[in-house]
Write a protein that binds this ligand. Structure first.
Ligand SMILES: [Zn+2]
Length: 483
């Protein structure tokens, strides 16, 4: 868990969102996005739209006006009954007021709002080029679309991905001597098989955009491209060199792109990752668990379950005993989970099974726990000495630890958001991303800078439209701080 200081959280929101129970918690728990397939749309309407420029005073765009009233039911300070007015909610403390927000970022926010039709058009084009990880030709078509989109804005290189699609490197600007490079990480592949568009077409509705990959993470790629366009058109500062790396194989564990990611990260002062924010709050991600997996294969001795039972050694029974043992290595307090997710074995019910296996996913907050688990798995011995055990696998993504560098980056994001009145929050997650690799190298990494929405890997995959401009402005502001 994050060592969150238990300060008051101030949430500025538009419309009557005061009832939102979720927003009240200091949600520093793990929100495991990989387990989030049950995401329901349900209560989303209340959470919409955090910041819009039309709440700002026309005479003085850097001043926000509040007529405060206290919501009796919820004990929060708010302004009521107008969808385009700002509410303030103060959690875990006495009601308070933010009166003035001075901003250099508001022009970016306005720019981003005006750019929304273009944003939607680009995102639609991206979603409609389906790109499942295991379809190389499809992912390459997506890479070509991306390369076309940024040509004229960046120098583009397509890097071979072996059996996977090509990785796309887009270099905005040239690194000068002593200048800084910032790496922005994304992925073009999705978990959705070809043809998903027939049942899940790209569409707009209920204040959202829907479709396969719209949140994870084609929307994030668009947020970045528009942040760079905003910077160029408004003359905002950006680092000498901003490198966007879009991998083709993230959803299958980044087997081909990992080396490239690490090579580019080593040359960079910071890494920004365009995965979606956590939950409908869109919290940034400052801590991710390490992810790995083992396969435990047991060989036993086959025999007739009726005639020759005693001569058999059941691999199924043995694997069951092993599952009991390894499941006991879960330690929730340390953030260690061991999940026996898939099992198989045996041939017929009247045969003592000769073979059985289990596939295990594990998550750790600390690298030392991965090493400890690895030792334990390798040391597994059969309870029935007539059985044999073979263990394969190990750690795939090391944990992204909330280091001083990560905290510093988050501080910059918080300051960038504050300039236009956005409260930026952080979260820890059990899910991994390519940011795990870069953080493990000691390169400050901040994740979750993509869109706000829900349903990644699920049929309700969608992004909240009203929240897009603030994400563009936040990323632009963040880049400006990294010069
Ligand atoms: Zn993703």
């Amino acid at each position: 868990m994050i060592d969150g200081d238990e300060e008051d959280e101030v949430i500025i929101a538009i419309g009557d969102v005061a009832e939102n129970e979720n927003a009240g918690g200091l949600s520093h728990g793990f929100d495991d996005e990989d387990a989030g397939h049950d995401g329901k749309i349900g209560e989303m309407a209340r959470e919409e739209g955090l910041i819009r420029s039309d709440v700002f005073d026309a005479q003085d765009p850097f001043r926000i006006h509040f007529k405060d009233a206290v919501n009796e039911q919820h004990g929060v300070t708010m302004r009521q009954n107008a969808p385009d007015l700002i509410n303030i909610q103060i959690w875990h403390g006495a009601p308070g007021i933010i009166t003035t927000v001075s901003s250099t970022q508001i022009p970016t926010l306005k720019w981003a709002e005006q750019a929304m039709p273009r944003f939607q058009k680009l995102l639609r084009a991206m979603v409609e080029v389906e790109s499942p990880s295991d379809d190389k030709a499809a992912v390459d078509r997506f890479g070509a679309l991306l390369a076309d989109t940024v040509c004229g804005e960046a120098e583009v290189k397509l890097m071979p991905g072996g059996k996977w699609g090509k990785h796309v490197i887009c270099r905005f600007g040239k690194k000068k001597r002593g200048g800084k490079q910032v790496l922005v990480l994304g992925h073009g592949d999705t978990v959705w098989p070809m043809g998903t568009l027939r049942t899940m077409p790209f569409r707009e509705g209920e204040g959202r955009l829907w479709g396969p990959g719209v949140l994870d993470m084609k929307g994030g790629l668009c947020v970045f491209l528009f942040a760079m366009r905003a910077a160029r058109e408004l003359g905002l500062p950006v680092p000498d060199s901003v490198v966007l790396q879009v991998n083709s194989d993230e959803e299958v564990g980044s087997p081909s792109s990992r080396g490239l990611t690490e090579e580019n990260a080593r040359k960079s002062a910071a890494v920004l990752v365009l995965e979606p924010g956590t939950g409908l709050e869109g919290k940034l991600k400052t801590e991710r668990k390490g992810v790995g997996g083992f396969r435990v294969a047991v060989t036993g001795r086959a025999s007739h379950a009726g005639v020759d039972f005693e001569r058999g050694a059941s691999a199924v029974l043995e694997v069951a005993r092993q599952i009991e043992r390894i499941s006991g290595w879960t330690d929730l307090r340390r953030g260690v989970t061991v999940n026996a997710g898939v099992i198989g074995g045996g041939t017929k019910s009247n045969v003592v099974a000769a073979e059985a296996w289990v596939e295990v996913d594990f998550r750790v907050r600390k690298l030392v726990d991965a090493a400890r688990l690895e030792r334990k798995f390798r040391a597994l011995r059969a309870v029935d000495s007539r059985c044999g055990i073979a263990v394969t696998g190990g750690l795939n993504r090391p944990p992204m630890v909330r280091s001083a560098g990560v905290r510093r980056l988050f501080g910059m994001a918080a300051a960038a958001g504050k300039e236009f009145g956005m409260v930026v929050e952080e979260s820890a997650t059990g899910g991994g991303s390519d940011g795990n690799f870069t953080a493990a190298l000691g390169v400050p990494t901040l994740d979750g800078l993509g869109c706000v929405g829900e349903g990644a890997h699920a049929v309700n995959e969608s992004i909240v439209l009203d929240r897009v401009p603030e994400r563009i402005a936040l990323l632009a502001g963040m880049l400006g701080r990294l010069i």
